[in-house]
Design a protein around this ligand. Structure first.
Ligand code: 8BR
Ligand code: ZN
Ligand code: ZN
Length: 338
């Protein structure tokens, strides 16, 4: 591989050489070291690393142009921004390579490309408001997508339009018809799987598939496992170092509380976790770990044994939040509801 020709800022490239498959790479640092272009440079690194320029029969210039456009479409939300996208793409790569999903699922270069692209685009154009808010406020996106996985339909739709709307950045242009159809389908399925509304039902099916005698991680069950890689990466904050995890938590709750303020003003029901006067940050995270993240990564562990050492982080981080519950209770008591 020749990473030099990609024009990745030198200090970021040094980090990516050493840490591109590391769970503890700091996405905020990567973004800073590349002048706010972390997502673009990370994707260029992956394209070279996995030989994806040859799979797509395109030049680095087109890939750079495409992900520049994708990156620009991420709004400056507290949480759902380009650094979250970069974080999810990078965590997908960690599960693919360090946890050996590439080998277990016998992923070819095309599958790898689909997972990493899905991670990069999965929250494109996110307005910092949830599906429930968009539906309740009769937002145009909810009307367009008939209240069904509104955002998860919107993100990939826009990202395919970026490619086909400008030949200069169309990474799909040189793919054969059938190859393009398969890549498109796979990416869309992965992004749709990040809708939390499908979390419980899909996880139950995936668990039963993994336990089934005819389970085929490299055959008919592969797409389902690829979906799980992207969905689990999306909720992977609690598996990281507590410092980085806490940072993300403050961001996600800041975004939720801004939505809650809007709901209050509009007279809409205030969504779960969105009331800044009643939501205990630490308690919410204990619940998130127990009911969402642990079951998700227990499923991941079911087919990626190499994930085991990282699974321990969930209990360590949960214990830290438990110690903080009282502190957050006092914080809540000290702020006056309007
Ligand atoms: P999205 O990134 O697609 O929105 O999915 C992640 C969802 O998990 C968030 O929208 C939120 O509902 C929930 N969540 C909670 Br609760 N705590 C979180 C945290 N610390 N980090 C990420 N997501 C969190
Ligand atoms: Zn999302
Ligand atoms: Zn996300």
């Amino acid at each position: 591989a020749n990473f030099q020709k990609l024009n990745i800022p030198k200090r970021l490239l040094e980090i990516l050489y050493k840490q591109h498959d590391d769970l503890y790479i700091d996405p905020f640092e990567c973004d800073k070291l590349s002048g706010g272009e972390g997502l673009v440079n990370l994707m260029l690194f992956f394209f070279e690393n996995y030989n994806l320029f040859d799979v797509f029969l395109i030049k680095p210039k087109v890939v750079r142009g495409y992900f520049e456009e994708v990156m620009k479409g991420y709004l400056d939300n507290p949480y759902h921004n380009k650094v979250h996208a970069q974080d999810v793409a990078q965590t997908c790569n960690f599960l693919l390579s360090k946890c050996k999903f590439i080998e277990i699922g016998q992923l070819d270069e095309q599958d790898i490309a689909c997972v990493l692209i899905a991670g990069a685009i999965h929250d494109y154009g996110h307005p910092g408001l949830t599906n429930a808010f968009l539906i309740n406020s009769r937002n145009d996106l909810a009307l367009t997508y008939n209240d069904q996985s509104v955002l998860e339909m919107y993100h990939p739709s826009q990202c395919f339009k970026i490619a086909w709307g400008n030949q200069k950045v169309n990474i799909f242009e040189n793919l054969q018809f059938h190859k393009y159809r398969r890549i498109r389908e796979s990416i869309i399925l992965m992004v749709l799987s990040t809708d939390m509304a499908h979390h419980a039902s899909e996880l139950a099916i995936t668990n039963s598939r993994i336990a089934a005698p005819d389970f085929e991680p490299n055959g008919k069950d592969k797409q389902r496992l690829m979906d799980l890689i992207v969905h689990s990466s999306d909720v992977s904050n609690p598996t990281k170092s507590f410092e980085i995890y806490k940072n993300w938590t403050e961001k996600v709750l800041t975004e939720f509380w801004l939505q809650g303020d809007k709901e209050r003003d509009l007279g809409l029901p205030i969504s779960y976790l969105c009331n800044r006067y009643t939501t205990n940050t630490a308690e919410a995270q204990v619940g998130f770990i127990d009911y969402v993240v642990k079951p998700t990564f227990a499923c991941v562990l079911g087919f990626l044994p190499a994930y085991e050492p990282f699974f321990q982080n969930l209990d360590k981080n949960k214990a830290k939040w438990q110690e903080l519950i009282e502190y957050y209770k006092q914080q809540l008591a000290s702020i006056q509801p309007k």
